[in-house]
Write a protein that binds this ligand. Structure first.
Ligand SMILES: NC(=O)c1ccc[n+]([C@@H]2O[C@H](COP(=O)([O-])OP(=O)(O)OC[C@H]3O[C@@H](n4cnc5c(N)ncnc54)[C@H](OP(=O)(O)O)[C@@H]3O)[C@@H](O)[C@H]2O)c1
Length: 255
C-alpha cells in the first residue's frame, strides 16, 4: 500500500519522541542502518546521548504541544537537509483513567499531547512533503484506539482519533506519491507502561517493537501492528457487535 524501502542508507528521518522507548530504539536501529537522523523530544540530554553515536545527527529538542517549537525544529531540518524522507511521530503519553476517577486536566493533557501535538507536526511537515512529492509520515497510535477499553477512558479516544487521521491522510496523500503508516503497538515495555500494575499480555521489548515497526515500513505496509499474536485478537474484537464486544471485554479484563 506504500512504496517499499530497500535501504536506509542516506534516508533523512525525523523521529519525534526519540528520547526513550519505542522512538529511541527505532532511531538507534535506523542510525545503525545508515539513515540520517533528526531527533526530537523534550529531554535534550536523552537525545544527545543517542546522537553521540553518529556524527551529523541533528538534535532538535521540542515540546510537541508547542507549535512554535515544532515549526522551528522543522525549519532547522530544512536548513540542514533540504528535504525529509520520513517523519515518525512517536511522541505520546498515557494515563490510566476510568469514569469514577475522571480528571479533566489530565484528560485535556492527553488530547493535547497525543492528538493536538500530532496536528502541530502535520502543520509543519505537510507542505514540505506535498511540495517534494515523495517521502512519508508514520504516526504511532495504539490498539487502545480500536474500540473503547476500561482504564483508557481518554487515552483510547486520543489514539482512535490518530487512527482515523491516518486513514484520511492516506486517502489524501497516497495519490500525491506520499507514504502514510499507521502504527498500532500492543504492550511494549517502556517507561510509559512501567507504571502499569497488571500483567500485560504479549508484552514485547522496545527493541522488538522497533524492529517490527521498521520492517513494516520497509515492506510498505499501511497498518503496522505488533505483536500479531495480541493485535490480531483485538482486530477480531473490533468486528464484534456491541453486545458481544462488551461481554468479551468484561470477561477478559474482569473490569
Ligand atoms: N508502550 C506501549 O505499550 C505502547 C502501546 C501502544 C502505543 N504506544 C505509543 O507509543 C508511543 C511511544 O511510547 P513509548 O511506549 O515508547 O513511551 P515512552 O518511552 O514514554 O516514550 C514517549 C516519547 O514521547 C515523548 N514525548 C512525550 N510527551 C512529549 C511532548 N509533549 N513533546 C515531545 N515529546 C514528547 C517522550 O519524550 P520526552 O518526555 O523527552 O518529551 C518520549 O520520547 C506513544 O505514542 C505511545 O502512546 C505505546
Amino acid at each position: 500500500m506504500n512504496s517499499k524501502i530497500k535501504s536506509w542508507r542516506g534516508q533523512r528521518v525525523w523521529v519525534i519522541g526519540a528520547s526513550s522507548g519505542i522512538g529511541a530504539e527505532t532511531a538507534r536501529i535506523l542510525q545503525a542502518r545508515g539513515a540520517r537522523l533528526a531527533l526530537s523530544a523534550r529531554n535534550a540530554q536523552g537525545l544527545q546521548q543517542l546522537a553521540s553515536s553518529q556524527a551529523g545527527t541533528l538534535v532538535l529538542p521540542l515540546d510537541i504541544t508547542d507549535h512554535a517549537s515544532v515549526i522551528g525544529a522543522h525549519q532547522q531540518i530544512l536548513a540542514q537537509w533540504d528535504g525529509i524522507d520520513l517523519v515518525l511521530i512517536v511522541a505520546g503519553t498515557y494515563n490510566k483513567m476510568r469514569a469514577d476517577n475522571f480528571d479533566l486536566v489530565v484528560a485535556k493533557q492527553l488530547v493535547e499531547i497525543n492528538l493536538n501535538g500530532t496536528l502541530n507536526c502535520l502543520d509543519a511537515v505537510l507542505p514540505t512533503l506535498l511540495k517534494q512529492g515523495h517521502g512519508g509520515i508514520g504516526i504511532v497510535s495504539s490498539v487502545a484506539g480500536f474500540r473503547g477499553l476500561p482504564e483508557a477512558l481518554v487515552y483510547g479516544p486520543s489514539k482512535a482519533a490518530l487512527i482515523n487521521l491516518c486513514e484520511a491522510l492516506y486517502l489524501d496523500l497516497h495519490p500525491r506519491g506520499l507514504n502514510v503508516y499507521l502504527i498500532n503497538p500492543g504492550f511494549v515495555a517502556t517507561p510509559l507502561t512501567a507504571k502499569n500494575d497488571f500483567a500485560m499480555p504479549a508484552l514485547i521489548s522496545a527493541t522488538e517493537a522497533a524492529h517490527k515497526l521498521i520492517l513494516g515500513i520497509e515492506r510498505g505496509e499501511f497498518h503496522i501492528h505488533f505483536p500479531k499474536r495480541f493485535t490480531n485478537w483485538l482486530r477480531f474484537a473490533r468486528l464484534l457487535p456491541y453486545r458481544s464486544y462488551f461481554w468479551l471485554i468484561h470477561k477478559v479484563t474482569g473490569l
